[in-house]
Design a protein around this ligand. Structure first.
Ligand code: BGC
Ligand code: BGC
Length: 858
């Protein structure tokens, strides 16, 4: 490509030199699964099954059949001879995308706000039951990438919180819940998928940006381990069956081509035994990605409905011509089937009884090809009593940020005004906008592939009106945010004005009001700030309720004396109104804690999201120079006082903390892993090209991806312009080496070296309910690791505890070796530094009344 003079100057001005770009070191060969720990039995079953498969059968498991070719958003090829029909992979992390008669659960960010492990598990389990009963093999969730580096990142709400420990614990509980119900969970998006802008070049081009490659998230090894990889380690340790690699590049190597992140971090270091699938169209090469550790191509075609694939036929060819060793394909198939057996798919499997592509009962089995007219939607109601867990999470995640005595309401308020569009219904219906790509009416989930269909949506207006009408109150709701005169008039008559406001975001392929997935700013949507201003000018008892995907700017109104209470309710799902009413009317005392910081300005959070290309037409470069200092760690470092800090939340009662006790536990010394792996196991020998020709008489579905060959001439079958390139020109050193490999020091059982999870301290604290009502408290334990480059404090433990008035309890928790370690880049291991360490316990990241040094660490 030739650049014009001006373009060339601009390019050199932004990025000095290609050789200065962040670089991702190679790591080969791709580690083979060994059935470690809890995987032993599943691995064995997988090996037995895969040993019976031919090359094309194995390849078929690794490759999707093409976008909209089958009923789910992703479906693999099948192995009918052995009774395996294609695996159905379906969004979303909060319920079944495109589902009918299924539930719309609260978003991940709300799960984080509960700080309640049990609720996280129960929600996961309930989702798992629904996916299972719809015939889905793998749920495409939960999410730990984005972690939430940017407060305005579009998909943060799909995940949990911008803290690796809170996210790690919640992702692990969610995974256990889903998988205990018999469905494979998928931890995504691996890794550093922190913004929507430039995640995929074609999408960015669609918005008019002139870039040819996806954004590169550039990170150092220490930040990678201490922040972004941490929750994925917890996911692996929880036994997650699948991981989805991401659209973005990591240090200038694509997420699904990156041997460092896939081979080294996930498979060698964390000992991941399941399979890695691509994000949809995130597959960038055949042989290269196979050797870099990618196990499954989704949805199988190179671009949606291209009819071509990097895997499928091409993977068969690559094995036959010797570029990809057979053991690598064996390993892919074993990993996929291990996940299948691990969650017990063989026990609970039913064929999909719904279609993603039509709401009609009848439709095409293969939509893109318009083939196979049949009954596709069987209308199976899978909801059970899941409204209860949805309601419970909704209530438990409600965060009370301010209360000057306005709450709880008593039902004796003479005139209740419910003001704001966010209190009401979407005029188009709860599912009126595709993938929830609009902000009409009350906000109960964000937009994109992370959304689900609502079976119903109880609005705040409906639920509050119902509540008021149990007595003799007057209740008037107004939802036109632009008619401020009308709002003023109603507010001036009200004894209490309940103002509902929101802020939305979502996935990059949909833009809502100019927000291309990511938020353009942190302000309230739909005239929200003006609405609050108008109401507070006319009513001295204004309660603000916010449904937002993350933090918003509240500096202009939060301390207005007429704002007598503020609540954040996040994205509560279908039971939204019922949950908020329980808190407003004091049936339950709020106990949620903010899973992120509320800063005064956007600047206080650190670097801005990248919204303009900064590397000419090449991959935009997003340097993670803020390291481990995101959210509260950044505010603490800069001594910037936020409005409400991470972990903050009020209750209708009060709690007192006392008696911090710390005990050193006997523990064995930490041993870096040593020795070597086994030789790459082989579960079959490739046959001849002639064994793998398309079966005679096969009725080929248009644009469908198959594993077979058109011809015994491999070059013809491959249909690849680069065919015949010399191996040494593109096969990395050692990539085909099946000999035993040296173990990494931090590696071991799934999740990493088991010594990392050994408890070193027991900590206990007395907590007392000093108020007059039953309430929940979330004691939080933070550690200062003590080094000059360490954050002031980092969260390490928490629990959610219910206490009656006057009741006290002793909260006990532990700290393990990883909790007290830093990643040491030199030894490539976790080490406990010499810096003096302290623990802090309290009710938020800044209210830490108890502290103690950690003695006898070394
Ligand atoms: C999203 C994934 C999703 C997939 C399938 C992608 O664009 O990034 O999160 O699972 O599509 O819908
Ligand atoms: C699909 C999503 C997918 C996205 C990828 C959309 O058309 O509906 O599932 O996440 O494309 O860019």
């Amino acid at each position: 490509m030739r650049l014009g003079w001006l373009e060339a100057v601009a390019l050199t001005a932004t990025i000095a030199n290609a050789k200065d770009l962040a670089y991702s070191p190679p790591y080969y060969p791709s580690p083979w699964a060994n059935g470690h720990g809890e995987w032993a039995e599943a691995h064995q079953k997988a090996v037995e099954l895969v040993s019976q498969m031919t090359l094309v059968e194995k390849v078929n498991l690794t490759t999707g059949t093409g976008w909209m070719e089958d009923r789910c958003v992703g479906v693999t090829g099948s192995v009918p001879r052995l009774g395996i029909w294609g695996l159905c992979l379906q969004d979303a992390p909060l319920g079944i995308r495109f589902g009918d008669y299924a539930s719309a659960f609260p978003a991940g960010v709300n799960v984080a706000a509960t700080w309640d492990r049990k609720l996280a598990y129960l929600r996961g389990h309930a989702m798992g039951e629904e996916f299972r009963d719809k015939g889905i093999d793998a749920q495409l969730g939960p999410v730990a990438g984005p972690l939430g580096r940017y407060p305005d990142g579009g998909r943060n709400w799909e995940g949990f919180a911008p803290d690796p420990v809170l996210t790690g614990i919640m992702i692990a509980e969610t995974i256990k819940g889903i998988q205990d119900a018999g469905v494979i969970a998928t931890a995504k998006h691996f890794i550093l998928n922190e913004e929507e802008h430039f995640r995929q070049a074609p999408e960015a081009q669609g918005y008019g940006y002139n870039v040819s490659e996806s954004l590169s998230s550039n990170v150092d090894d220490k930040t990678m381990h201490e922040m972004y990889l941490w929750p994925f380690a917890d996911a692996v340790r929880a036994g997650v069956g699948a991981v989805m690699c991401s659209y973005n590049q990591i240090n200038n190597s694509y997420g699904c081509s990156n041997s460092y992140t896939m081979n080294k971090l996930l498979k060698a270091e964390l000992g991941f035994q399941g399979f890695i699938m691509t994000d949809w169209q995130a597959h960038h090469s055949g042989v290269g990605d196979a050797l870099a550790g990618l196990d499954m191509s989704m949805p199988g075609d190179v671009t949606f409905d291209s009819g071509t694939s990097y895997y499928g036929t091409n993977l068969t060819v690559a094995v036959l011509n010797g570029t990809v060793p057979e053991w690598r394909v064996d390993d892919m198939a074993v990993r996929i089937m291990s996940a299948y057996f691990k969650v017990g798919r063989d026990q609970v499997r039913t064929p999909p009884n719904f279609s993603s592509w039509t709401t009609n009962e009848y439709g095409y089995e293969h939509v893109i090809a318009s083939e196979g007219w049949t009954k596709v939607n069987h209308r199976v109601n899978v909801r059970r009593n899941h409204a209860k867990v949805i309601h419970d999470v909704g209530v438990a995640s409600t965060v009370l940020l301010k209360n000057d005595g306005a709450l709880p309401l008593t039902c004796k308020e003479k005139f209740v005004a419910i003001l704001g569009e966010d209190a009401g219904s979407n005029p188009l219906g709860a599912n009126g906008c595709d993938d929830r790509g609009c902000d009409n009416g009350t906000l109960a989930m964000g937009w994109g592939s992370g959304s689900a269909n609502f079976p119903y949506l109880v609005t705040p207006e409906q639920a509050i009106q119902h509540e008021v009408m149990k007595g003799e109150g007057t209740v008037i709701a107004a939802t036109d945010n632009w008619n401020l005169e009308n709002m003023a008039s109603i507010a001036s008559q009200a004894s209490v004005a309940l103002v509902f406001v929101n802020a939305d975001s979502g996935e990059g392929y949909i833009s809502v009001d100019g927000n291309e997935g990511d938020r353009k700013n942190l302000t309230l949507w739909k005239n929200g700030e003006e609405l609050i201003k108008t109401v507070t000018q006319n009513c001295n008892n204004t309660v603000v309720v916010m449904h937002t995907v993350g933090p918003v700017l509240i500096d202009s109104w939060y301390d207005n004396p007429n704002v007598t209470a503020i609540i954040w309710a996040g994205l509560p799902g279908q039971e939204s109104g019922n949950a908020i009413v329980d808190v407003l009317y004091g049936r339950v005392s709020p106990g949620g804690k903010s899973p992120f910081t509320w800063g005064k300005t956007r600047k206080d959070y650190g670097p801005a999201l990248l919204t303009q290309p900064n590397n000419g037409h090449g991959a935009p470069q997003d340097n993670f120079d803020d390291g481990v200092f995101i959210d509260y760690r950044n505010f603490d470092k800069n001594q910037e006082t936020p409005i409400y800090e991470f972990g903050y939340g009020l209750s209708y009662t009060t709690f007192a903390y006392s008696n911090l006790n710390v005990h050193r536990l006997p523990a064995r010394p930490y041993h870096p892993a040593q020795g070597r792996t086994t030789h790459a196991p082989s579960y079959g020998k490739p046959g001849e090209a002639s064994d793998y020709l398309y079966p005679e008489g096969l009725d080929r579905v248009d644009l469908f991806i198959y594993p077979w060959l058109n011809s015994t001439d491999l070059k013809k079958s491959a249909n690849d312009p680069d065919y015949g390139m010399k191996h040494d020109e593109y096969i990395p050193d050692g990539a085909r080496d099946g000999r035993p490999q040296e173990l990494l020091p931090a590696s071991g059982a799934p999740g990493g070296n088991s010594g990392l999870y050994e408890d070193l301290y027991r900590v206990s604290v007395t907590i007392k309910n000093t108020g007059h009502v039953v309430g929940d408290e979330v004691p939080q334990l933070y550690v200062s690791l003590g080094g000059p480059d360490d954050p002031v404090v980092v969260l390490r433990q928490f629990d959610r505890i219910t206490l009656a008035p006057g009741q006290e309890t002793v909260w006990q928790t532990t700290l393990n070796r990883r909790d007290l370690s830093n990643w040491d880049t030199a030894s490539q291991n976790w080490v406990i530094t010499k810096h003096p360490k302290k623990i802090h316990v309290g009710s938020s990241s800044r209210k830490l009344p108890l502290e103690a040094p950690l003695q006898d660490l070394h």
